[in-house]
Design a binder for this molecule. Structure first.
Ligand SMILES: Cc1ncc(C[n+]2csc(CCOP(=O)(O)OP(=O)(O)O)c2C)c(N)n1
Ligand SMILES: [Mg+2]
Length: 336
C-alpha cells in the first residue's frame, strides 16, 4: 500500500507536544547555525553535513518514540541525536573531538552514539544504519520487548543494497522497525531524478510487502502522525513501515560544497517552506505562542548552546595513549 500525503489532522496533536516539537526544532536550527559559525572560524574540526531545513523530520519521528526506543542515524545526523534527547555538552564536545565527548572524541560528527537514549549511532557509511536498526528490532522481538527501532536514511541510501536487504527481511519477519527516508532531493551532488527512475521512494515498500507512505517532511505534524501510526503498528507486532519524508537541505552536501548542481532560486523557493515557520504558524493558529515567548525560548536555547560550546572548547583532547581504548576489535599486531 502506498499512500499519498494527506492533510494532517492538526487537532490530533496536543498543544504542549506541538510546543515541545517547535522548541526541539529551534534547538536543532540554533545548534546547526552555531556549528556553521564555529566551522567558518576554524574552531570546529572535521566535516559538517548540515541538517538545516530538515528539522521537522527528525523531530516529528522522534516525538512519536519512547525514550527506550532505538534510532540509527547517518552522516547528516545532528538533528536525530538532538531530537532523541542527546546531551548538548557531550554532543558539542564530540564534534570538537574532545575526551569529554559522547564517544571520547573518537567518533566526531558522523559517529555520535548514546546507548542510554537508544541512539545506536550515526554512521558515515551510507545505508549502514538500516540493517543495524533491523538488527535492534530483531533483538527486541526475540526478547519479547515492545521496543521499536527507526532507521533514518537518505534518498541516496535508498539505492544501496543494505536498504533492500534490510527491508526485505524486516517485512518477512514482521520486525518492529521503521525506515524513514529523508528525501532531500540530492545524494551528494546528484539530483534524485538522476540517481533513481522513480519519484516516490515509498513505492518501493510494495516490493517488500510493507506499507509505504510519502509525507511532507517539512511539516512536523504530518511527519509525527505518519510516524505515530507506523510506531503503533510496529509495537503491536504488525511489522515495519517505510516512510518517505520529502524535504530539502538548505546548505550544500557538506560545508564548502560550491553546489554547481542546483540554482539559488531553487534553494530560496524551499526556504519559503521553512519547517520552523510552518510549526510556528500552527502554534499561532492556536494562540499558543507569542513573540515574547518565542524570544524567551530562543534566549534559553542560545544560553544552553553557549554553555555547551564553552564546555567543549575547554575540554582536553583524548590522550594519545588511549587511542586503542574503546574500540571493538582488540587486535594486537606484534611489533606495532
Ligand atoms: C557506502 C558509501 N558510499 C558512498 C559514500 C559517499 N557518500 C557520502 S554521503 C553520500 C550521499 C548520500 O545521499 P543521501 O542518502 O541522499 O543523504 P543526504 O546526504 O542527502 O542526506 C555519499 C554517496 C559513503 N559515505 N558510503
Ligand atoms: Mg539526499
Amino acid at each position: 500500500m502506498t499512500t499519498n500525503a494527506t492533510t494532517p489532522a492538526i487537532e490530533e496533536v496536543d498543544t504542549d507536544l506541538l510546543r515541545q516539537m517547535y522548541r526541539t526544532m529551534a534547538l536543532i536550527r540554533e545548534a546547526e547555525e552555531t556549528l556553521l559559525k564555529l566551522f567558518q572560524q576554524a574552531r570546529m574540526p572535521g566535516f559538517i553535513h548540515s541538517y538545516i531545513g530538515e528539522e521537522a523530520t527528525a523531530v516529528g519521528v522522534c516525538s512519536s518514540l519512547r525514550p527506550d526506543d532505538y534510532i540509527t542515524s547517518h552522516h547528516r545526523g545532528h538533528g536525530h541525536i538532538l531530537a532523541k534527547g542527546g546531551d548538548l555538552k557531550l554532543f558539542f564536545a564530540e564534534l570538537y573531538g574532545k575526551a569529554t565527548g559522547y564517544c571520547r572524541g573518537k567518533g566526531g560528527s558522523m559517529h555520535v552514539a548514546d546507548l542510554s537514549l537508544g541512539i545506536l549511532g550515526a554512521n558515515g557509511v551510507v545505508g549502514a544504519g538500516i540493517p543495524i536498526a533491523a538488527g535492534a528490532a530483531l533483538g527486541a522481538q526475540m526478547r519479547g520487548s515492545d521496543r521499536v527501532a527507526v532507521a533514518f536514511t537518505g534518498d541516496g541510501a535508498s539505492d544501496i543494497g543494505s536498504f533492500h536487504e534490510s527491508l526485505n527481511l524486516a517485512a518477512l519477519w514482521d520486525l518492529p522497525t521503521i525506515c524513514v527516508v529523508e528525501n532531500n532531493g540530492y545524494a551528494d551532488f546528484i539530483s534524485q531524478r538522476d540517481h533513481q527512475k522513480i519519484e516516490k521512494i515509498s513505492e518501493r515498500a510494495a516490493a517488500y510487502g510493507m506499507p509505504g507512505i510519502t509525507v511532507d517532511g517539512n511539516d512536523v505534524i504530518a511527519v509525527y502522525l505518519a510516524a505515530k501510526e507506523a510506531v503503533d503498528r510496529a509495537r503491536a507486532g504488525h511489522g515495519p513501515t517505510l516512510i518517505e519524508c520529502v524535504t530539502y537541505r538548505w546548505r550544500g552536501h557538506f560545508e564548502g560544497d560550491p553546489q554547481p548542481y542546483r540554482t539559488q532560486d531553487e534553494v530560496e523557493e524551499w526556504k519559503q517552506r521553512d519547517p520552523l515557520k510552518t510549526a510556528e504558524r500552527y502554534l499561532r493558529e492556536r494562540d499558543a505562542v507569542s513573540d515574547g515567548e518565542r524570544e524567551d525560548m530562543l534566549t534559553e536555547i542560545r544560553a544552553a548552546i553557549d554553555e555547551a560550546v564553552e564546555f567543549a572548547e575547554s575540554a582536553p583532547m583524548p590522550a594519545p595513549e588511549d587511542a586503542l581504548e574503546d574500540i571493538y576489535t582488540d587486535l594486537v599486531v606484534e611489533g606495532w
